[in-house]
Write a protein that binds this ligand. Sequence first.
Ligand SMILES: *Cc1c(COP(=O)(O)O)cnc(C)c1O
Length: 371
Amino acid sequence: MRSKGISEDELFSFLETVKLEDKNHRYILSSMCTLPHPVAVRAHDLFMETNLGDPGLFPGTASLERLLISRLGTLFHNPGACGYATTGGTESNIQALRIAKTTAKIPSPNVVIPESAHFSFKKACDMIGVEMRAVPLGRDYRADTDRFMEAVDSHTCCMVGIAGTTEYGMVDPIRDLAAAAHKEGIFFHVDAAFGGMVLPFLKEAPLFDFTLPGVMSVAVDPHKMGMSTIPAGCLLLRNEKDLCSLSVDTPYLTVKQEFTLSGTRPGGSVAGAIAVLEYLGHKGMEAVVQGCMKNTRRLINGMESYGISPVVTPDVNVATFESPEFPVPPPWQVSYTRNNHLRIVCMPHVHAGIIEAFLEDIGDQYAEKAD
Ligand SMILES: *Cc1c(COP(=O)(O)O)cnc(C)c1O
């Protein structure tokens, strides 16, 4: 490092220059994260220095984490659910699989996931040393329950369903998968990292939560559609004893045991996450989410008018298209799925005006091609 520090002015002029290299959110259509809600930023700022890894020192902040878990548990139809705030879907999925493996006590265990599962499951299986079985999807880009159950055997410690897939925005047949897992006595984890903050606010959304008896855990990310600051994920468990199966002794802290993966944990983003929920309430979240769905439908209709077909009708605000014959012009930031389908996530910062501006630019490309 520098032997002598630089002035604050010089430092911040450097930081501001570097930040200009980042993409402008106006053009980011590829991300599941969004600009944090102003109340999340304010709450984060207020709790900036808090550490949930040592809750005895921050009992106020720790109560916010419990409030967040309780609000989400209630939203997912299990007010008594337990859990904690993670760094995001990846940590939630790792921990869910650890719990499933630890409680099942099966030799040479395997985990069965749909092929659409997020790559965090690969990390999780690798870390905890379980075989990962990825089952091909049905034609609707959802898990196929029959095929799924063919991959399950007496060594299966966990089955996973996705409520809002990262690439195509689809919800697996969670009801059928959860029922099958329940019947087999297998731990069933729902990855609702994205959809968990969408589906409860839609009319006629497919069931994915603790309403279904087989669902043992749910991952949900407030730092995606929950508009909190990063990092904010949550893992919820039906049974406290499952979470406690991960407990280790923590001799020098104010608590004597912890079940989290991280030690030091941010209170700021947890405050940010609960701030948004309290401020908007169910009605406010409905307005945001339904607005995103409306924009998704508008985008799909607009693209269709240029002959660009959607791949599926998504359950959440992720739109995918057959790859157009012309490139998407810069500075728009879009993404492509593993099947090379164009993918656009209609997050709250991608408001109606942005969709129209994007469609206009696509229209220009389309007209050029036609000339
Ligand atoms: C985003 C996402 C994840 C990973 O979450 P991170 O917060 O990036 O760790 C896992 N599963 C699904 C379905 C996701 O959409």
